[in-house]
Design a protein around this ligand. Structure first.
Ligand SMILES: [Zn+2]
Length: 547
C-alpha cells in the first residue's frame, strides 16, 4: 500500500479532533443541533489551520446517514464517500486552479438538482479569493437565491480580497493560528501512536517553525521521521530545518550587543559554511531579540529603559533585513549588512550630527556672525512638541528679579515698560509653535517658524518676518484668526496679531542694544538651541576665567 502522508492520515474526522479552533467547532455544532444551517459560510485563516478539514466534517455531519449529527459516524456510505472524495453531493472546487467563469457556470447549472443520496449539496470552494471578477459575479447570483438543499463553504487565506457583496452573504468564521503547545501536543500523540520517541524540545522547535499551521507541522514531522528513524532529537530537527541552534544564537546575540563586528561576521561565516539558510537565521535572531525584549521590558522600570531602546533598534534593523532577504538573490549579503548595521547602530549618526553642530558653533563664535536659520530643524520642532501646556502667563513682566546675565540686563533696560523681556518673548514664541503642533496646524507652524515674536503689549502680539511670503500668509484671515485665538487663550488677554517685515530679526526692536551685546546674546541663544542650557553655562564660566 502506498504511503499516505501524516497530515492526511491525521486529518481530523470530527469536531472533537479539530485542534485549536474550539470557538468555531462549538458554534457549528450548536448550529447543527438547533437546525440553523446557513447557506453560505466563509472560513478564513492562515494555511494549515483546519479550514477544509472543518468544511468536510460539516459536510459529513449534515449528510451522515445517522444524522444530521454533530458526531458523524465516519462508517456509513455517505461518510466514507465524503472521506475518499467520491461523493456526488459534496463537491470540492479549487479556485486556485479553476479560476474561470466556466466552473462557476457549471456549478450554477447543477446546483438546481437535488442531492443524489444525501440531504444537502455542499460546495467547498477552496482559495476562493482566486476567482476572477466574472466568476465572483456568477457565484453571487447563486448566493442571492440558493436552492434549499445547497450549502456553500468558501475557504480563503486572504479574506480581504473577497468582494463585499459576497462577504455580506456569508457567515464568517476566522480560524486562528494554532498555538505551539497545542501543536506539540498533537505531534506527541501522533508519535505515540507510531511508537516513535522524540525530545520534547524537538517538538517545540517544529511547532514554532510551523507558525501555527498544523498541516505544516505534520509535514515537517514526516520528514524528521524519515531523517532520524525512531528517535527524533532537537539537533536533528534543527539541522533538517537549517536552523542555527541556541548556542550559536547566544554567541551572535552577545557579539551584536557588544558591537563586535569581526566576531559577528565570523559567526555568519561559520553558519553559512554549515549550509544554513541566511533568511531563516535572520528570522531566528529576530525571534530571539523579541523574546528577550519582552522579558526585559516586563522587569525593567521605565526610567531604566536604555537596554529596551537598544533592543528595539536592533529588532527594527533585523525586521528590515528579514523583509529585504525575502526577495534578495543573495540573502547572505543581507544578513552580513544587517550585522554591520546593528554593530554600528546609533553611534555613526549621533557622532556625525554632533560633529556638524560643533563645527557650526565654532564658526559662529569665530566670526561673531549670526545668521537666522532659514527654517527650524525638525529636531527642534519635535522638542517643542513635547513641552507640556503651561498655564497662561500675564502680559506684564514677572515680579521676580531678572537673571544676573549682563546681556539680558542690557536688553531689559532698553525696552519700554509693559512689554515682555526678550527671553520671555522667545519662550512664548516657542510655546506658541508647540501649541500649533499639538493642534495639528502644521501649515501655520511652518510659516510662523520663519518669524519671531517681537513684541507683546496690551493689545497685540507682533511677529517679525524676513520674507514677505510668510508674513503675508500669516496675515490671511484663516491663519491670523486661529493665531489670535490661540495667543489670546495662552496669554489670558484678547490680542490681535500684527506682522512686520524685518531685515534681521535678531537685531529688531526699539532702542536695540549695542551690536556687540546683541551678537553675544544671539550666540548664547543659538548655543542654547543646540546644546541646552548646561553647556552654555560652562562656556560662560570659561570666559569668565579668561578675563
Ligand atoms: Zn455517517
Amino acid at each position: 500500500m502506498a504511503y499516505i502522508a501524516l497530515y492526511r492520515q491525521w486529518r481530523p474526522q470530527d469536531f472533537e479532533q479539530l485542534v485549536g479552533q474550539e470557538h468555531i467547532s462549538t458554534t457549528l455544532k450548536n448550529a447543527i443541533t438547533s437546525n440553523r444551517i446557513a447557506h453560505a459560510y466563509l472560513f478564513s485563516g492562515p494555511r494549515g489551520t483546519g479550514k477544509t478539514s472543518t468544511a468536510k466534517i460539516m459536510a459529513k455531519a449534515l449528510n451522515c446517514l445517522q444524522g444530521p449529527t454533530i458526531h458523524p459516524c465516519n462508517a456509513c456510505d455517505s461518510c466514507k464517500r465524503i472521506i475518499d472524495g467520491s461523493s456526488m453531493d459534496v463537491l470540492e472546487i479549487d479556485a486556485a486552479s479553476n479560476r474561470g467563469i466556466d466552473e462557476i457556470r457549471e456549478l450554477r447549472e447543477k446546483v438546481k438538482f437535488t442531492p443524489v443520496d444525501g440531504r444537502y449539496k455542499v460546495y467547498i470552494i477552496d482559495e476562493v479569493h482566486m476567482l476572477t471578477t466574472e466568476a465572483f459575479n456568477a457565484l453571487l447570483k447563486t448566493l442571492e437565491e440558493p436552492p434549499a438543499h445547497a450549502i456553500f463553504i468558501l475557504a480563503t487565506t486572504e479574506p480581504h480580497k473577497i468582494p463585499a457583496t459576497i462577504l455580506s452573504r456569508c457567515q464568517r468564521y476566522d480560524f486562528r493560528r494554532i498555538d505551539s503547545e497545542a501543536i506539540s501536543g498533537r505531534l506527541l500523540k501522533v508519535l505515540q501512536e507510531m511508537s516513535i520517541e522524540a525530545e520534547p524540545e524537538a517538538l517545540g522547535v517544529i511547532a514554532r517553525f510551523a507558525e501555527g499551521g498544523l498541516r505544516d507541522a505534520l509535514s515537517i514531522l514526516d520528514q524528521c521521521i524519515a531523517f532520524s528513524g525512531d528517535r527524533i532529537t532537537v539537533e536533528d530537527v534543527r539541522s533538517m530545518l537549517g536552523l542555527a541552534g541556541d548556542e550559536w544564537l547566544e554567541h551572535m546575540r552577545g557579539a551584536l550587543l557588544q558591537r563586535d563586528v569581526a566576531a559577528a561576521l565570523g559567526y555568519v561565516q561559520e553558519l553559512i559554511s554549515l549550509g544554513k539558510d541566511a533568511r531563516q537565521v535572520i528570522l531566528e535572531l529576530l525571534v530571539l531579540f523579541r523574546d528577550r525584549l519582552v522579558e526585559s521590558s516586563a522587569v525593567t522600570p521605565a526610567q531604566e529603559s536604555g537596554c529596551v531602546e537598544d533592543g528595539m533598534e536592533i529588532m527594527q534593523l533585523l525586521s528590515d533585513a528579514a523583509q529585504e532577504a525575502k526577495w534578495a538573490p543573495y540573502p547572505r549579503i543581507v544578513l552580513e549588512v544587517a550585522v554591520i548595521r546593528i554593530c554600528r547602530r546609533g553611534s555613526a549618526q549621533d557622532m556625525a550630527g554632533l560633529a556638524a553642530r560643533l563645527e557650526k558653533l565654532e564658526a559662529m563664535l569665530a566670526n561673531k556672525m549670526i545668521v537666522q536659520p532659514a527654517h527650524r530643524s525638525p529636531d527642534r520642532a519635535g522638542r517643542a512638541e513635547s513641552i507640556p501646556p503651561a498655564p497662561a502667563i500675564p502680559a506684564s513682566p514677572p515680579v521676580t528679579p531678572a537673571p544676573p546675565s549682563t546681556a539680558a540686563d542690557n536688553k531689559q533696560n532698553s525696552i519700554p515698560p509693559k512689554a515682555e523681556p526678550p527671553q520671555h518673548l522667545e519662550e512664548l514664541g516657542e510655546r506658541i509653535l508647540a501649541e500649533l503642533l499639538k493642534h495639528n496646524k502644521r501649515a501655520i507652524h511652518t510659516c510662523l517658524s520663519e518669524g519671531r515674536l517681537l513684541e507683546l503689549n496690551g493689545e497685540q502680539a507682533v511677529f517679525g518676518f524676513q520674507l514677505a511670503i510668510y508674513k503675508e500668509r500669516i496675515e490671511k484671515d484663516d491663519y491670523r484668526g486661529f493665531l489670535e485665538k490661540l495667543v489670546s487663550q495662552m496669554t489670558g488677554e484678547q490680542r490681535h496679531i500684527k506682522c512686520r517685515l524685518v531685515s534681521d530679526t535678531a537685531g529688531e526692536g526699539p532702542g536695540a542694544p549695542p551690536v556687540e551685546a546683541t551678537a553675544e546674546d544671539a550666540v548664547v541663544r543659538h548655543a542654547k538651541e543646540m546644546f541646552g542650557e548646561k553647556v552654555v553655562t560652562i562656556v560662560n564660566n570659561n570666559k569668565g576665567e579668561e578675563k
